[in-house]
Design a binder for this molecule. Structure first.
Ligand code: ATP
Length: 244
C-alpha cells in the first residue's frame, strides 16, 4: 500500500533521513520505533509533504506520491495524527469528530463515520458535549485519533500516540489503536519511542536510528534481538560465556 524507496530528507545541513526504504502492506499495523531525534516525525512529514524529500521515491496505492502537490495528497485517504494531541480545544467532542468527517460525502455516511469513532472510543461517546480542552491528556489523544478515523482513511499515520501518558494509559492507548485497526480495517503506521509496547501491538516493526533503518522484522524477532533489548528496553545482553 505504501512503499518508500531510498528516502533522504533533512533541514539545512542536518540530514534527518538517510536512504530509508520500507513497505507497509495493506491491512498491516507497522511500528516504526527509535530514540529521540531518530527522524521518525520527519518521515511522516515527508509522506504528507510538509518536508520535501531530497532523494528517493514514495508509492501509495501505486501512485508516485512525491509527484503530487502536498495539497493534492489530502484526498488520498491518508490521515496523519501529529505528535501532541492537536484537537480543537474550544469545540466539543462531537464538533471535533464532525470536523474530521467534513470530507466524507453524504449526511448518512458522515453520521456513520462519527458513530464508528464512538464505537472505537466509547469514552468519547459518553462525553459528546464536553469541550475538548477540558479532556484529560489520554482522552484528547483518543479524540485526535477519533477525528482522523472520522475522515474514513485507508492509511493512518500516528505520531507518538502514547507521548505524555502514564504506562497504564499508554497500554490502553495501544489497545484502542489495535481496535481501530481491526474495526475500521485501516492500515496503520505507528511511530513510537515506547519500543516494547508498540512492537507488541503491531504485526511488523522497523527500527530507525540516526535517520537509518537499522533493523526490521516481525515483532517477536525484534523483541528477542539483543541489540534492541539492550538499547531500548534496558535489558543487558547475556554475556557469551553465560549463554552457553
Ligand atoms: P522525537 O521522538 O524526539 O520526536 P524524531 O525521531 O521524531 O524525534 P525528528 O523530529 O524527525 O525526530 O528529527 C530528526 C532530526 O531532525 C533531529 O536531529 C532534529 O533536531 C532535526 N529537526 C527536526 N525538525 C527540524 C527543523 N524544523 N529544523 C531543523 N532541524 C530539525
Amino acid at each position: 500500500m505504501l512503499r518508500l524507496e531510498g528516502i533522504s530528507a533533512g533541514y539545512g545541513n542536518i540530514q534527518a533521513l538517510r536512504d530509508v526504504s520500507l513497505e507497509v502492506a495493506r491491512g498491516r499495523m507497522v511500528a516504526l520505533v527509535g530514540p529521540n531525534g531518530a527522524g521518525k516525525s520527519t518521515l511522516f512529514k515527508v509522506i504528507s509533504g510538509v518536508v520535501p524529500a531530497r532523494a528517493g521515491r514514495i508509492f501509495y496505492e501505486g501512485q508516485d506520491l512525491l509527484a503530487l502537490d502536498p495539497a493534492d495528497r489530502a484526498g488520498l485517504g491518508i490521515a496523519h495524527v501529529p505528535e501532541g494531541r492537536q484537537v480543537f480545544r474550544t469545540m466539543t467532542i462531537a464538533e471535533n469528530l464532525e470536523m474530521g468527517a467534513y470530507c466524507v460525502r453524504g449526511r448518512a455516511a458522515k453520521k456513520r463515520a462519527v458513530e464508528r469513532a464512538y464505537e472505537i472510543f466509547p469514552a468519547l461517546a459518553q462525553r459528546q458535549r464536553q469541550q475538548a480542552g477540558t479532556l484529560s491528556g489520554g482522552q484528547q489523544q483518543m479524540l485526535a485519533i477519533g477525528r482522523a478515523l472520522a475522515s474514513m482513511p485507508r492509511l493512518l499515520l500516528l505520531d507518538e500516540p502514547s507521548l505524555g501518558l502514564s504506562p497504564i494509559m499508554a497500554d490502553e492507548m495501544f489497545e484502542h489503536i489495535g481496535r481501530a485497526h481491526t474495526v475500521a480495517g485501516v492500515t496503520v503506521l505507528l511511530v513510537e519511542q515506547r519500543v516494547a509496547e508498540s512492537l507488541e501491538s503491531c504485526d511488523w516493526g522497523c527500527v530507525l536510528d540516526f535517520g537509518r533503518i537499522t533493523l526490521q522484522g516481525p515483532p517477536q524477532t525484534l523483541l528477542r534481538d539483543e541489540r534492541i533489548r539492550a538499547t531500548y528496553m534496558g535489558i543487558a545482553a547475556v554475556p557469551q560465556d553465560d549463554a552457553a
